[in-house]
Design a protein around this ligand. Sequence first.
Ligand SMILES: [Zn+2]
Length: 247
Amino acid sequence: MGSLKSDSARRRTQRHMTECQKLPLLETFYEIRVCENPTCGLRYPLVEGHPFGTRCPVCLGGTRLAAMKALPAERMTHVKELAVFSENAPARIRLHAVLDNIRSAWNVGAMFRTADGLGVEKLYLCGITPTPENAAVQKTALGAEQTVAWEYARDAVKLAERLKAEGCALWGLEQDARALRLEKTNRIAEKQSREQQVALVVGNEVTGVDPALLDLCEQIFYIPMRGQKRSLNVEVAFAIAAWALNG
Ligand SMILES: [Zn+2]
């Protein structure tokens, strides 16, 4: 069923693969495939070795190869070209985070990955927040649960009191009458010493930050909303705030 076009594309990518195989790198390739069923036409990526094979995941029809490319490896620090995406400048502050009563293990896993990428040194997992023993946390963390320090505490308020006594500032992310727009807190972050520890406090997906925990925060800030929804997914909000404070 393969057209002339797909055959030439295949030859091109095979030639590309042969050239790449000369390089001493352990690379995984992915293909962009296009469903040949005219009523479907799905275009999708297929990672080498995926059990689904080359059948269209929507209509199960035959597909053709449209492109092939090497998958960016997670830790190819020996590849010079990727070094430009790494940040060598020191972080603005020593950012930690208190994740209080986060219900979803998927959110927690994603927050580990975000913490790794954005230089959050340590996560305090409080209350019902699942820890990396949970398989779903590991699945979304993609190994970041090994690189970011974490500690579990049953009571976030007691933990927060301890952190404050140790000199760590608490900055809460919540829609509250006292809250400043996120970008204003960013200017406060710039004035801190690089050694200042700041714990970003985020709360439950439905109920938000515990009021007693929020009262312990020196700064409270919010991300302005423009749409119909009142808030963002907690992991997305965490990522935006961590980037704003430490980016
Ligand atoms: Zn299809």
